[in-house]
Design a protein around this ligand. Structure first.
Ligand code: PHE
Length: 449
């Protein structure tokens, strides 16, 4: 079977940035920044992105490009007789589980797009927003409908293939996302009292930063760049030799970070301007922000644009999650892309059902003291993702060898790479050890308060 490739540099960048920019940037980054005191947390986050995220991203890209196969076969090709392919299986499984609950949150966003577009959300009084949101998430039927819709849209794009699906739609959606975020940022920054929100984001107060915050920044930098689950590896496998991987990875990293900061500049100035709290956690965009929009002139319009923005960010990420799984199954079992995508999407949907119900009628069913949603999130985000990340670093740094990786980074000498030593040191030591610490913390082995 001939493999598809990305057709243009911009398309490749849009697709990889599309994967990286997601709910993590617009929903999670602002709320964890809010909880961790703002600017000091952001500085630590930036350091993590630069020191660890970027080198790991480069490593995943080159492993994919070198082998030109899916995330499991890549490990097998480089180390045929050792069980390293298990690292690939772990990556694909992580993508599968994450997709199952990521689509649920994306589904809530789509429900908010619908409700704000018809002018319903804006009529809810701030006191009732919490209940309004709770009614949506706890309903046994409605969230399933939205989750299904998210998966159906994702599958539609993935079925069309890498060039005519993933790349084509990323090239349309990413510029649209950028325009929307610029409009919203401008609106937020021109509100009376916006400057308090800007100060919150950019004036560091290190007394608010805790060790826990530092680990959260590190973990989030990894998640936000879509690392550790074979996504960047898979996209790398669709790239040809002439592409300069280092500059590509830098561009993706900058896009991801800039969008996260812009999301902060959309949310915090508005939240402060209307005297609300930035610390509400996951409810920040679903409960706090609608109260902000309600108080704002033409709030209904901005509200619709905002949730559209979040929806676009989410879909370009679900596309990448599904692509990793589809790429493996089509290549391994030689099944057609369409049939394979539909079957996998249905399986993901089935897995999402218990998680959806855990916000309502199944909220009392607990396994290891966690409901289904929290359990899947814990297994995938706190265990599989860091383990996958460590394995990728060890594999590239030690097994394949950083020398070989560097050869691929330079496209066999076509491009220069001035920080070879630093890169080797990071990928062999700094990155796996740091991710190891995240793992100890995220699994509760090290406890911090
Ligand atoms: N990077 C995405 C985000 O920030 C999330 C994601 C993680 C997507 C892993 C794909 C894979 O939301």
């Amino acid at each position: 079977m001939k493999r598809d490739n990305f057709g243009s540099k911009f398309g490749l960048l849009a697709a990889a940035a599309g994967s990286a920019v997601g709910l993590g940037n617009i929903w999670k980054f602002p709320y964890i920044t809010g909880k961790n005191g703002g600017a000091a947390f952001i500085l630590v986050y930036l350091a993590c992105i630069l020191l660890i995220g970027l080198p790991v991203m480069i490593s995943e890209f080159v492993l994919g490009r070198k082998t030109q196969v899916n995330a499991i076969a890549a490990f097998k090709q480089i180390k045929p007789n050792k069980p390293w392919y298990l690292a690939g299986i772990l990556s694909v499984s992580t993508a599968f589980i994450i997709l199952s609950f990521y689509s649920i949150i994306a589904g809530w966003v789509f429900s908010y797009i619908g409700r704000s577009a018809i002018g319903n959300l804006i009529t809810v009084s701030p006191d009732n927003l919490s209940e309004y949101f709770g009614n949506i998430t706890s309903s046994p039927i409605e969230p399933l409908f939205w989750t299904f819709l998210v998966l159906a849209l994702t599958a539609f794009v993935v079925i069309l293939g890498v060039k005519s699906g993933v790349e084509k739609y990323s090239k349309i959606l990413m510029p649209l996302l950028f325009i929307l975020i610029v409009i919203l940022m401008f609106r937020s920054l021109t509100l009376d009292g916006a400057s308090k929100g800007v100060a919150f984001l950019f004036k560091p107060d290190f007394s608010l930063l805790t060790t826990k915050g530092v680990l959260e920044a590190l973990g989030h930098s990894f998640y936000s760049l879509s690392l550790g689950m074979g996504i960047i590896l898979t996209y790398g496998s669709y790239i040809d030799k002439k592409v300069n991987i280092v500059s590509l990875a830098i561009q993706v990293t900058i896009a991801d970070t800039v969008i996260a900061l812009m999301a902060g500049l959309v949310i915090f100035p508005a939240v402060f301007a209307y005297g609300l709290e930035p610390t509400s956690g996951p409810a920040l965009i679903f409960i706090t922000l609608p109260a902000v929009f309600k108080a704002m002139p033409f709030g209904g319009v901005f509200e619709t644009l905002f949730f559209l923005l979040v929806g676009i960010a989410a879909i370009t990420s679900t596309i990448s999650l599904l692509e990793v799984i589809v790429s493996f199954f089509t290549e391994k079992f030689n099944i057609g892309r369409k049939k394979c995508t539909i079957l996998i999407s249905l399986a993901v949907f089935a897995l999402s059902i218990p998680s959806t119900l855990s916000f309502g009628i199944w909220s009392d069913i607990k396994i290891f003291h966690k409901n289904f949603f929290d359990l899947f999130d814990f297994i995938a985000s706190n265990i599989f993702l860091p383990v996958g990340g460590i394995l990728i670093c060890i594999f590239v740094g030690w097994v394949w060898g950083s020398k070989n990786a560097i050869k691929e980074i330079t496209s066999d000498g076509l491009y220069s790479f001035k920080v070879e030593k630093l890169y080797s040191f990071i990928i062999k030591f700094v990155a796996p050890i740091s991710i190891g610490i995240i793992l100890l913390y995220s699994t509760g082995i090290i406890k911090l308060n």
